[in-house]
Design a protein around this ligand. Structure first.
Ligand code: B12
Ligand code: SF4
Length: 516
């Protein structure tokens, strides 16, 4: 087992020596620094530019900040936060980054700067956050940030604010100029919020609400037209939801992108219903879609039942293949989100899931271990059953990213689950498996672009999931054929094809996107 005895206090003491001081008291315009903290236990997410996603929530905080404030954003994907003069430092953060957020807050507090934290983790663990941060903001920025700023200006800022879940008309477009200082590869755009499904492991229903809040298509198209990068990630949890009229709305959006000649290349997240309507698929591809992350989670109905993945249960696991084929006919690749370690999963079930992934026509995959994120039904259940093994919070939040076992299951203890997953990841993300998938994708979709993107995505995940096993100092080997292993004939023979792909597809796209 990994030794996780470090306490936050110990880590903070190490940092406090570096703190500078600063105040903007004499400046006329007040200064707000927004910070996107990054989990320091993992470098997989910071290792390649392709995984550096702009923090959309902070763009929205900036958008609802009064104009007479100077706003600057520090994204730790690109630079480490150091204390600098400011009136207010506001942090966001997913659960794995919460520990780092608290370190930053403590550094700022020590320097006399008022700190605020918002975002998903603070919303789920507000009492914990209040131990480390001056003000805790739960819910959506649009709902109460202007009030917080007004209170701060009046010298009456409170400990807690709740923005709640705002009306769809109040959803703000992010202030994108705050992203200009960093070379993000893609723009993030959100067309809707909320999901009624309530899968046991997911935070979205609680954080974003049970109803789909769909932004006006015209407003989204306008926002898209203003984005600078060619690549777009629509961060909706389900780009085509199950509400009446959702397919027509999607077609209107995609067709609008074509008619306005936005010329984007995009990917997004969806459920199996995305493939229900041929017109949706046709316009999606025509407007630049090349891949969709799909919540498949498991091929075994018992495992789906365990985590209340009711949509997939309703459709039946036998429908998966039909869905993949339909996507492929339109040249769209499937990035399957898969979960391992459900209550009913035995050792054999986990290997069966691996084999399903390898043998099905899934193009690429994100294979996480079931992880209890705070605020979810899963967290409450496993906590009450005393099954969360990594529970030295907030330090252990850094491990809650699906890439290490944090729980024991009825069939496997933590170490067994972790060992099996290591073996499974080694097979799934072996360069040879990824390359075989790539050729299959090329055959199924007849699209070089899709084949190369799904291949590159597999590589990124390989680096992330295997980081603990292939990390050397502060770099992660790009060669996903394993340590001391001889390169197979298959890899050597296909290297030339890959080189060609790289030259004509990925590199050109990256250059175009960054040069803008
Ligand atoms: C896009 C996305 C990503 C992107 C990251 C983009 C980025 N840089 O932010 C990528 C693909 C990299 C990613 C990765 C992961 N993700 Co993710 N991701 C999302 C997704 C789909 C959308 C996030 C988003 O942009 N939302 C839109 C913005 C506007 O919403 P927001 O950030 O919540 O901000 C609003 C409020 O929270 C608030 N707010 C936010 N920050 C602040 C700050 C202040 C000061 C204030 C006042 C308010 C405020 O106001 C904002 C506007 O209303 C969410 C699901 C969701 N619906 O939110 C999951 C989600 C955030 N991800 C999740 C997870 C688990 C992960 C991974 C661990 C998964 C994995 N193993 O791969 C990794 C971890 C990444 C890491 N670095 O550690 C979980 C997080 C749960 C948790 N407790 O942390 C979510 C909620 C999904 C889920 N199923 O539960 N993810
Ligand atoms: S996993 Fe997907 S379908 Fe399930 S609650 Fe979360 S967003 Fe909704």
């Amino acid at each position: 087992m990994v030794d996780l005895s470090n306490s936050l206090e110990q880590n903070l003491t190490a940092h406090l020596g570096q703190i500078g001081t600063g105040s903007m008291a004499n400046e006329k315009r007040r200064k707000l620094i927004l910070v996107n903290p990054v989990n320091r236990l993992r470098i997989g997410f910071t290792n390649t530019q392709g995984t550096h996603a702009m923090p959309l929530g902070l763009g929205i905080v900036a958008a609802v900040t009064p104009d007479d404030w100077v706003v600057e954003m520090i994204d730790e994907y690109f630079e480490e936060f150091t204390v600098r003069p400011a009136d207010l430092v506001a942090l966001t953060g997913f659960t794995p980054a919460a520990f780092r957020a608290y370190e930053i807050a403590s550094m700022c507090r020590e320097a006399g700067i008022h700190t605020v934290i918002g975002g998903i983790h603070a919303s789920m663990c507000s009492e914990e956050a209040a131990r480390f941060v001056d003000t805790v903001f739960t819910g959506e920025a649009e709902g109460a940030w202007p009030q917080l700023i007004a209170d701060f200006e009046a010298g009456q800022i409170r400990r807690f604010y709740d923005g709640g879940i705002v009306d769809v008309a109040s959803i703000a477009a992010p202030r994108r100029d705050i992203y200009d200082k960093y070379p993000y590869v893609y723009d993030l755009v959100q067309t809707s919020r909320g999901c009624p499904w309530g899968c046991e492991f997911c935070s979205v229903t609680r954080m974003c609400g049970k109803t789909y809040r769909e932004r006006d298509v015209e407003a989204v198209l306008q926002e898209l037209a203003e984005t600078k990068r060619k690549l777009v990630f629509f961060v909706d949890d389900n780009l085509v939801n199950l509400k009446k009229g959702a397919e027509e709305r999607a077609i209107e959006l995609f067709r609008g992108m074509v008619n306005r000649k936005l010329n984007k290349t995009w990917y997004s997240q969806a459920a199996v219903n995305f493939a229900d309507n041929e017109q949706v698929l046709y316009w999606a591809r025509k407007s630049g879609c090349f891949m969709l992350l799909m919540g498949i989670e498991a091929e075994n109905p018992n495992a789906l039942k365990d985590v209340r993945k009711n949509l997939n249960l309703k459709r039946g696991v036998s429908s998966y293949d039909r869905v993949f084929k339909k996507m492929h006919r339109h040249g769209i690749g499937v990035l399957a989100a898969m979960i391992f370690g459900m209550d009913s999963d035995t050792r054999e079930d986990l290997y069966a899931r691996r084999d399903f992934i390898l043998n099905s026509s899934i193009d690429t995959y994100q294979c996480t271990i079931l992880t209890p994120l705070p605020g979810t039904v899963l967290f409450n259940r496993l906590d009450s059953e005393n099954r969360i093994v990594m529970n030295n919070y907030p330090y252990d939040w850094q491990q809650h990213d699906g890439m290490i076992a944090t729980i024991r299951t009825p069939n496997l203890d933590r170490d067994e689950l972790d060992d099996i997953m290591r073996e499974i990841w080694m097979k799934l993300y072996h360069k040879e498996s990824l390359r075989r998938k790539m050729f299959r994708t090329l055959w199924n979709t007849r699209s070089f672009k899709t084949a190369y993107w799904t291949y590159a995505t597999g590589h990124n995940y390989g680096r992330m999931f295997l980081e603990r096993f292939i990390r050397r100092n502060d770099t992660i080997s790009d060669k996903l054929e394993w340590l001391n292993e001889k390169r197979s004939l298959f890899l050597r023979l296909t290297d030339a094809v890959i080189w060609l792909f790289y030259r004509i597809s990925w590199q050109r796209m990256l250059r175009r996107s960054i040069d803008r």
